[in-house]
Design a protein around this ligand. Sequence first.
Ligand SMILES: [Zn+2]
Length: 298
Amino acid sequence: MGEVLGQGGDDEPVVCLQCSTAKIPCIFRASLIAQCLSASNGECPTCKYRYSTPGPQPSGTLVIAKDHRSCSGYADVGSITLTYRLPGGTQSARMLRPGQHYRGTARIAYLPDNEHGAEALKLLTKAFRNGNLFLVGDSVTTGQRNTTIWAGIHQKTNLTGGTARHGYPDPTYFDRLKQECASRGIYTDEHEGSLLQNNTSSNSAAAGSVLNSKSNSDDSDSVPLEEAKTTADSVPVFQPQEGDTTLESRIDHLTLLLNKAMADRDIPVIRDLMKQRNACQARKKVVDENGDERKKER
Ligand SMILES: [Zn+2]
């Protein structure tokens, strides 16, 4: 993450973070920055660049293979299988109940063998290496305690059956996957590279612009190609009303804001927007189902 520059005052190493620039130097004592990064979920205290932080996933293996069978909706290509094996063990300090035993798990997930699948595979492998795919918890579905469960990045465990069976087809799956990964600071290396480049170029274009991004101050000329930044302060909160007919447009709008927040790598905003959108989607589902019932009654 950073380069060791030398010894600090008390024989302590001083590090220069990758996000550091001439205008905004991000140089800290090693122990101080280690504390800051873990307390702030990987956010550089000076320029606010967000590093991804390792999750509390138990150790295990991921085997990636090709399969001739197709995912529903992708008939012209085969699939990629991701086989996860996480054996049980004793919970570490970062797990739910340190010292207690936990059960392992074995899961298989599927991706279509095309460009979307390849991009998703990069994200999922990165998230796995970073410890963001599984965690030790209590299963809502089986009621089992101290067991290895998904950590909130959704995967397709069926080739078919649609969303109801965690399978394909699911037209918005890849967008949601990217958002779920982004909410944990996981981006593809390509995306990561361009974000870091944007961060450093806007740093040098207008010193302090990144520092101010949280307050939505008028730093628009530092990022000429983007619209105004979406920040925690400016995110409108949508409260779905009874019989709301514009839920769909709200969901679309939230998706738009989400994409902006992803470009800004603003993890708290991404999480907030996802929560809002999930609420809208849940509401829409209820409205849709009620509508169907009314039709049946007629
Ligand atoms: Zn920095």
